[in-house]
Structure formats: structure tokens, C-alpha cells
Design a protein. Structure first.
Length: 227
């Protein structure tokens, strides 16, 4: 495919993504802005395709790529807490718990109560889990080779430098609006309490107001960091 044909094809693809929002609002985008929209489109499509392809690769073991990743982490660490897993994989504890539930039901990992502190749960791989993990490791190696096939090593390094910043930028999108929404919910809650009287307020309303304080504080720190 020639260069002009590739550009034309790219314009048709990105028009599906951005044209409905812009049609009749403004004129044609400058070349640089158009390239950014095209890149956004490809990032979306790559995420969707990658998730689908990876999950398909692990169907043989009856697990998703996320569950496979959790199992490998457990085998590498030998003993690890759900909280440590959540930090290592960048997921919340609730999702980690669901992944572990499925792995435990397949007898790939087991939960143990901490000896020093019985409030803590320790995750350990079973013998079956270790065996499956060896097979999964080779699958991840194969995926890595397939995903970056045809891409120069220098481009891989450059991509590794760019993606963390893109991730931070994506995380900050709408953060100001989110913080404003939290403050507005808090103001509404306070007005409701004043209307009913603090002593007669329902426990649920009081709980909502109390739990919004750390969220607002977190939003303030996010704003200082990103703006």
C-alpha cells in the first residue's frame, strides 16, 4: 500500500472515531491534531484487540490473562498478600480478590492466615499452580515476541518512555470535574443534614458525608500534582 493510500485509509478510520463529534462544529483539523486523533483511535483499538487476543490465549487453562498474571506473581513470590498483589498489578483489592477466588477454586493457589497477625491473609501457590505457571510463563514469552514483531528495539525503548506519560495524562482527564462533583455531593449532603437536623439525620447520609472527606483530600492532591 502506497503512502497516499495509507493516509486516505487512516483518514477514513479516524473519521469513524472523531467525525461525529466535530461535524458541523469546526473546519478540518490541522495535520498535527489529526495525527493525535488517529493515535487516540489506534490506542483504543489496540487495547481492545490486545485484551481479546490475550484472553483467547489463556482459554486452554480456563482463565483470563489477569488471572494468569496473578498466578505467576504468586509463584514468583511464593507467599504474598492480596494488598501486595494489588500494588504490583495496579488493580484494586476487590478485583484481586475475585481473581484469587477463581484460582483457589481451581486449586492453583491457597489462602493461609498469617502466623504473626491473623488479620492478614497469605496467598501461596499449590503444586498444581506451580506446574501451570511454568506453562503460562512460556505463553507470556511467546506473546511478547509476537506483539513486538517487526518493531525496532529503539522504537520499543521510545514507546516505553512515552506510554507512562500517556497513562498519567489519561488518568488526569476529567479529574477536575470529578473533584467538583465530589464537592457538590458533599454540599448537597450538608444541606440535607441541616434541613433535617444533625441529630435526626439518617446514618446513611452521615456516612456518605464522612467518607467524602478523604476523597476530596485526594482530589486536592491530584489537582496540585497535575495542574
Amino acid at each position: 500500500m502506497g503512502k497516499h493510500a495509507q493516509i486516505e485509509r487512516g483518514q477514513k478510520i479516524v473519521s469513524v472515531f472523531v467525525a461525529p463529534a466535530r461535524r458541523g462544529v469546526s473546519g478540518p483539523l490541522p495535520g498535527q491534531e489529526w495525527q493525535k486523533d488517529l493515535l487516540t483511535f489506534w490506542l483504543f483499538q489496540t487495547c481492545i484487540k490486545l485484551q481479546t487476543s490475550l484472553d483467547r490465549r489463556f482459554l486452554r487453562w480456563g482463565m483470563t490473562v489477569q488471572e494468569a498474571n496473578v498466578l505467576l506473581r504468586c509463584v514468583e513470590a511464593q507467599r504474598i498478600t492480596p494488598g501486595q498483589l494489588a500494588i504490583a498489578l495496579g488493580r484494586d483489592k476487590g478485583k484481586i480478590t475475585r481473581f484469587v477466588d477463581r484460582l483457589e477454586s481451581s486449586r492453583l493457589v491457597r489462602r493461609e492466615i498469617g502466623r504473626r497477625d491473623r488479620r492478614f491473609l497469605i496467598l501461596k501457590p499449590t503444586a498444581k499452580g506451580k506446574q501451570v505457571a511454568r506453562e503460562l510463563a512460556s505463553v507470556f514469552d511467546s506473546i511478547r515476541e509476537e506483539l513486538f514483531a517487526g518493531i525496532l528495539e529503539g522504537d520499543v525503548i521510545r514507546l516505553g518512555e512515552l506510554l507512562p506519560q500517556l497513562y498519567k495524562n489519561a488518568a488526569s482527564i476529567g479529574s477536575q470535574q470529578k473533584c467538583e462533583a465530589v464537592r457538590e455531593r458533599r454540599r448537597i449532603g450538608i444541606r440535607g443534614m441541616k434541613a433535617k437536623g444533625l441529630e435526626t439525620s439518617s446514618p446513611q447520609i452521615a456516612a456518605d458525608i464522612l467518607t467524602s472527606f478523604p476523597k476530596e483530600h485526594e482530589c486536592s492532591r491530584m489537582n496540585k500534582r497535575h495542574f
